[in-house]
Design a protein around this ligand. Structure first.
Ligand code: TLP
Length: 346
């Protein structure tokens, strides 16, 4: 199987398995797991934030941030395809009593500028309009095709939001991919934001886990909310050990996934009926429209699956994600099967 559904599907490397087997552990609810503590300290150091907390999933990290930054009855300003809004089970409503205020990205990239965000913000206006509690950004932006913010844009948005008294949370599930694409450190990309979440279990390849980072006070409070949500794990050092390997080892090879994604996009762009601009593919996510092939995305994915290539259908689009279990030879196979699946002779 060539599994391009997501970069969540990677299997732990030998080094991760060894680290897991040998991990020193303790009860993390007592704060006594040395490996979890080491991972938290190392993540905070890399991101140049005061503190970090290990959480089971990216969704939990994001939702703890929404909870801590907002009050019930407020709104979260977010790009309309944002993960926090679309793929986290309406948790912002269920857990925090907030609504999303979705913002349309005029150029389609999902990378917002302040002029697009500002009209969606309500502060100090009419009493019958719900006030804004938080601005949430996503880097890289998953459902916009892995597009990226540079630090200058994030700085501008955070600066303007802070001037209005609003916090900014960064969903950096794949911030290491963004960092590799724009050649800026994750610390530079995260610095202006009040909190950032990143996933160890996506492009970095760890089996489980994400990190939430921010001020010490914010993370102390996050620890309470992680417990409220049932995320207080015990000998979680076995997971954190793989996370540490992922954090140290994987970022330096992400450019390979990006090159594979670009090659995939270039090949796809040559297939009649497939719409994608390879220039827009700068990380490991390849999202393309198949409506003009006359075959539904689900049908194409079903045909690919018969040939042992897995991809995800999203409406009239298909998403393919590269990761360390996908080689450049696999990309050529995926392209060949894609040509067959849509009946192209090219
Ligand atoms: N994304 C998953 C699916 O949920 C779509 C994937 O396969 O890409 N933020 C972003 C930007 C994400 O892409 C994801 C997961 C999350 C948060 C949530 O992480 P988990 O799955 O650990 O809760």
């Amino acid at each position: 199987m060539i599994d391009l559904r997501s970069d969540t599907v990677t299997k732990p490397t030998e080094a991760m398995r060894r680290a897991m087997a040998e991990a020193e552990v303790g009860d993390d609810v007592y704060g006594e797991d040395p490996t979890v503590n080491r991972l938290q300290e190392r993540a905070a150091e890399i991101f140049e934030k005061e503190a970090a907390i290990f959480v089971p999933t990216g969704s939990m990290g994001n939702q703890i941030a929404v909870k801590l930054h907002t009050r019930p009855g407020t709104e979260v300003v977010i790009e309309e395809r944002g993960h926090i809004f679309n793929f986290e089970m309406a948790a912002m409503a269920a857990v925090s009593g907030t609504l999303a205020r979705p913002v349309h990205s005029r150029d389609g990239t999902g990378i917002l500028n302040w002029d697009e965000i500002e009209p969606a913000i309500h502060v100090g206006g009419a009493y019958y309009v719900a006030p804004t509690g938080l601005v949430a950004l996503e880097n890289s932006h998953n459902l916009a095709g892995g597009t990226v913010y540079r630090s200058a844009r994030i700085e501008e948005i955070c600066h303007r939001a802070h001037a209005m008294g609003l916090p900014v949370h960064l969903d950096g599930a794949r911030i290491f991919n963004a960092s590799a694409a724009v050649n800026e450190s994750v610390a530079a990309l995260a610095r202006p934001a009040d909190s950032v979440m990143f996933c160890l279990s996506k492009a970095l390849g760890a089996p489980v886990g994400s990190m939430l980072l921010g001020s010490r006070e914010f993370i102390d409070e996050a620890r309470r909310w992680r417990k409220v949500l049932g995320g207080g794990m015990r000998q979680a050092g076995v997971l954190a050990a793989a996370g540490l390997v992922a954090l140290e080892e994987t970022p330096k090879r992400l450019h390979e996934d990006h090159a594979n994604a670009r090659r995939l996009a270039e090949g796809l762009a040559e297939i009649p009926g497939i719409k994608i601009d390879p220039e827009q593919v700068v990380t490991n996510i390849v999202l393309f429209d198949v409506s003009e092939t006359g075959i539904t995305a689900d049908e194409i994915c079903a045909r690919l699956k018969e040939q042992k290539v897995l991809a995800s259908g999203f409406g009239s689009s298909i998403r393919m994600v590269t990761h360390y279990d996908v080689t450049s030879a696999d990309i050529e196979v995926a392209l060949r099967e894609m040509r067959k699946a849509v009946g192209s002779r090219q």
